[in-house]
Design a binder for this molecule. Structure first.
Ligand code: G3P
Ligand code: MG
Length: 354
């Protein structure tokens, strides 16, 4: 492995180490950029006592934007050039669903306006509708819409949804209208086609894929905020209430997002490609055997649980969801190390790998 590190292309890279950073609560808190985040990425870019660059990716349960847009946003806020190929959003691994549903009519939920539909189309889904589209087509479907001027309404569509049943429901990001999206998704999952007004059936008529089950996350508000997981709880509770006393099965769904293995396999693929591009690696198996991946996060239920299960080394910071006192760790999902903020985390990693 030393041989590979001596090659000029990789001389300044330390490829047997890699870091996956969570974003919200670690590098930023909503619109607030954390100075420790800026310093942490600078350290990994070579400003450390070994002069080594350590490959890193950003592994977030956030989304609702493209990987390129997220990379540009974080680059400008943290002063380090980050590429789309270093970004894992909650919905990034949902690209694997294109081979099954790419040409079928899918409902994509979450985010502002129809931005998630545009992202889904950029992944290869060719027949995408959103709750906006359904309500624009039949406003009475959800009579509690905010004033038409609200910025997340789409333009009325010409499509007649009554003849277009949905093959799957994909929740890409947090809902910006819980009530509407609870109504629309429940309609779709209880009927062959939601908007036709045909009688509901007492079984789930389409698969449901959720991109992030975080009950809470950390932004600039001093206390954790509800995440996409809050929408899941409401959706499951409504399904149960609507089918109380019947033999209707529970709502079934497949989960993406941290702590689920699919997210970590996807991130490892990105790290393999980074190593290949900088180190001219041909021997990924050797790289994989000796590479140690660190995950820095603020949410024990997502970041630490997922990293521990993936065989990575987890580092918990106190700048987000976890608010334990100094010296404490999470009892349910203990991290390998607990530090005050992400700069401490990176310094601990550099020291550990020295
Ligand atoms: O919506 C984003 C939130 O659920 C968590 O984001 O970056 O802390 O994984 P992050
Ligand atoms: Mg976080």
């Amino acid at each position: 492995f030393r041989r590979l590190l001596q090659t000029p292309a990789s001389a300044d890279w330390q490829l047997q180490t890699a870091v996956a950073f969570d974003i919200d609560g670690v590098l930023v808190k909503g619109k607030q950029t954390l100075e420790a985040g800026r310093r942490a990425l600078s350290i990994l870019s070579g400003n450390n006592k070994h002069g080594k660059r350590i490959p890193f990716v950003l592994l977030t349960n956030g989304g609702g934007v493209s990987e390129a847009a997220k990379a540009a946003d974080i680059s400008s806020r943290l002063g380090v050039e980050i590429h789309a190929s270093q970004i894992v959003l909650a919905h990034s691994p949902m690209q694997s669903l294109v081979h099954r549903y790419g040409s079928q009519h899918v409902l994509v939920v979450g985010g502002i306006k129809n931005r998630c539909a545009e992202i889904a189309r950029s992944y290869g889904f060719t027949n995408v509708s959103t709750p906006n589209d359904l309500v624009a087509w039949k406003p009475s479907l959800w009579p509690f819409m905010r004033a038409p001027a609200s910025d997340h309404l789409s333009q009325p569509v010409g499509r007649d949804f009554s003849e277009h049943p949905f093959a799957a429901v994909l929740v890409f990001h947090d809902s910006f209208d819980f009530g509407r999206d609870l109504q629309v998704v429940t309609d779709v999952l209880r009927s062959q086609d939601a908007a036709a007004g045909r009688p509901f059936v007492r079984r789930q008529t389409a698969p449901l894929f959720m991109s992030n089950e975080d009950l809470v996350f950390s932004n600039e508000y001093p206390l954790p905020r509800f995440g996409q997981g809050a929408y899941h709880v409401c959706l499951r509770a409504m399904w149960q209430a609507l089918h109380a006393g019947t033999d209707a099965p529970q709502l079934e769904y497949s989960l993406f997002g941290k702590p689920h293995p699919v997210q970590y396999r996807y991130a490892e693929g990105l790290l393999d490609r980074i190593a290949g591009s900088v180190g001219g690696m041909t021997d990924f198996e050797r790289l994989r055997r000796c590479r140690r991946i660190y995950a820095v996060g603020d949410n024990p239920a997502a970041d630490i649980k997922g990293a521990n299960a993936a065989g990575w080394t987890s580092v918990l910071v106190r700048t987000g969801v976890f608010a334990g006192p100094p010296g404490s760790n999470d009892a349910v999902n203990p991290a390998a190390a607990v530090v005050d903020h992400v700069e401490d985390a990176v310094n601990w990693i550099v020291e550990t790998e020295a």
